[in-house]
Design a protein around this ligand. Sequence first.
Ligand SMILES: C[S@@+](CC[C@H](N)C(=O)[O-])C[C@H]1O[C@@H](n2cnc3c(N)ncnc32)[C@H](O)[C@@H]1O
Length: 245
Amino acid sequence: MLHVNYRNIRVFYLPHLEGGGLTFGQDYIKVVRRLFGKVDHICEFGAGPGFIGFSLLANGLCKRLTLIDINPEAVRIARKTVAENGLKTEVRVYLSDGLSNVPESEKWDLVVSNPPHFDGKYRDYVEDVRVYDPKWEIHSRFYRDVPAHLKSGGSVLFYENLYGARPSLWEKMIGKQKDLKYIKSFRSRRFGNMPRASDVTKYIKGEHGYMRKSSPQKLVVKTLLHASFLVYYPYYFVWSKKREK
Ligand SMILES: C[S@@+](CC[C@H](N)C(=O)[O-])C[C@H]1O[C@@H](n2cnc3c(N)ncnc32)[C@H](O)[C@@H]1O
């Protein structure tokens, strides 16, 4: 069995249970700190071994953590992490298909998730539950059921993949839920802001102060950097919030 240390928490895992939480999933730390600061209770949905959730807990961004996954092996290993780190008071782990096996008493300030990113056939899903969400059924059920588990003003922040779906799909799906409000989709700021087409036009016309200061070479480098960012870093956050009554 392998492990990774997030500050004082040792997280156990097996390679076939990892779906990106070890790498791009760690983008959550900066983003949660910036958007929400410290909250009381975070849930990681589709947690696998809990890389994202345990890392948020270790970084002091929540006091309590709930982990949910459909895979019994992932749940067993997450429970081992809980036991070995003496986290029984702070962390609960549920074996659940969607939120169907999560008690009503579970109420969260924030749900994070690196969910299956690709539509596919049901047989693909059975082969690898990390990757496929046939007909987006897992996402749809999740967004339908999550309001009952969100505290007033609670948020959901999923990490999606542009190769799997565009933000408009989630905007539409979340928009159908009367108790949820789509806020926005955004990338982590790892590579700064994208230059927009209008920036380039303004540069050429010499109207844009910031761009005028930079050389054409700098603009080319910046544009190339962002193009490769688009190709190699397709992840984006989707933020939604419980509607206040
Ligand atoms: C992309 S993997 C992410 C794993 C881990 N959180 C990470 O970031 O490395 C998606 C996770 O969703 C879980 N999953 C798939 N279908 C599910 C369902 N219906 N209910 C709950 N979890 C599900 C899978 O078992 C898997 O652990």
